[in-house]
Design a protein around this ligand. Structure first.
Ligand code: SF4
Ligand code: MG
Length: 316
């Protein structure tokens, strides 16, 4: 698989009064064509900000994003508009991201209009095609968002993203706000669309159990940093970073026998403020394996095993 997206030393800082919020603080990784990269972390870890900055919905503070080898950082507004056809986003709250005063047909049609993709009867056909693609009734194109259930609204958000035939979609917690019973349906839909259309996903979630089945590789973030990245199997079977180990130990195992035997790592304390993260390793105030050097120096991002990256002094 070739590389579709390359993120290089990306930073996104927000100035809040006298403080600097380092929401995304120097992360580097790539995403292969056709793969799903899961990105996991607690709220405030910077995962959503990373996704938005990669699409330039937020301007990066530093670093670069390459799409098919080409930087999108310095594209002018015209070029960036054309680039938006390739890179789309699906949001966590499908209701908040759909204009309540627009019909579903116009919400999807608007995406077609912006890029001048279809007019008249062709536009209507295309809208109906897109509704069918996400298993919604094409006859319902004149209905309004409130007439649909949560899961259906997320399908509308997906149809809108697909209208421009993107290559890459950032899915920002697309199932977190949905009932458990419909979560699997939306995940299955995303997977079948990926297969059909050769899509590449970044799938953001707040816990590791949600991304386990959909992701080829998984990255874990903590306080603006990426702390581990690996093939899914490697990450779940042999997590290297103490934070990943703790997150994994919190996922219940259905087998009560195994559940009783396994060791649960309970993290002490709260996540520190991203305005004022600890010196050295940002995780050290909660890390059960912290050593003196963890306060002195920030651990470097390192490929510990082929394709398995982490930033932790235990592996130096
Ligand atoms: Fe824990 Fe130190 Fe590794 Fe940070 S660098 S995760 S504090 S062992
Ligand atoms: Mg979020």
């Amino acid at each position: 698989r070739d590389t579709l997206i390359e993120v290089k030393n990306l930073k996104k800082f927000f100035q809040i009064g006298d403080n600097t919020l380092k929401a995304v603080n120097d992360i580097s990784f790539d995403i292969k064509r056709g793969e799903t990269l899961g990105v996991v972390g607690e709220s405030g870890c910077g995962k959503s900000t990373a996704g938005r900055t990669m699409l330039r919905l937020y301007e990066p503070t530093e670093g670069d994003i390459l799409f098919e080898g080409k930087s999108i950082r310095n594209l002018n507004p015209q070029e960036m508009k054309a680039m938006r056809r390739n890179i789309q986003m699906i949001f966590q709250d499908p209701y908040a991201s759909l204009n309540p005063r627009m019909t579903v047909g116009d919400i999807i049609g608007e995406a077609l209009d912006i890029h001048g993709l279809a007019t008249g009867e062709k536009r209507k056909q295309r809208i109906q095609e897109l509704l069918s693609l996400v298993s919604l009734n094409p006859e319902h194109m004149n209905r309004f968002p409130h007439e649909f259930s949560g899961g259906q609204r997320q399908r509308i958000g997906i149809a809108r993203a697909l209208a421009v035939e993107p290559k890459f979609i950032v899915c920002d917690e697309p199932i977190s706000a949905l009932d458990v019973s419909v979560q699997a349906q939306v995940v299955n839909l995303l997977e079948s669309l990926q297969e059909k259309m050769g899509l590449t996903y970044m799938f953001i979630a707040h816990d590791l159990s949600m991304v386990k089945y959909i992701s080829d590789r998984v990255a874990v973030m903590y306080l603006g940093k990426m702390v581990e990245l690996a093939e899914s199997d490697a990450l779940y079977e042999k997590p290297l970073h103490p934070y990943t180990q703790a997150l994994l130990s919190a996922i219940p195992i259905p087998d009560p026998e195994l559940e009783r035997k396994r060791e649960r790592i309970v993290l002490q304390g709260d996540v520190p403020s991203p305005m004022n993260p600890p010196s050295g390793c940002h995780f050290r105030t909660r890390c059960p394996k912290a050593m003196p050097e963890c306060a002195a120096a920030e651990p470097v991002w390192k490929e510990v095993e082929p394709g398995h990256f982490t930033a932790c002094h235990l592996y130096n």
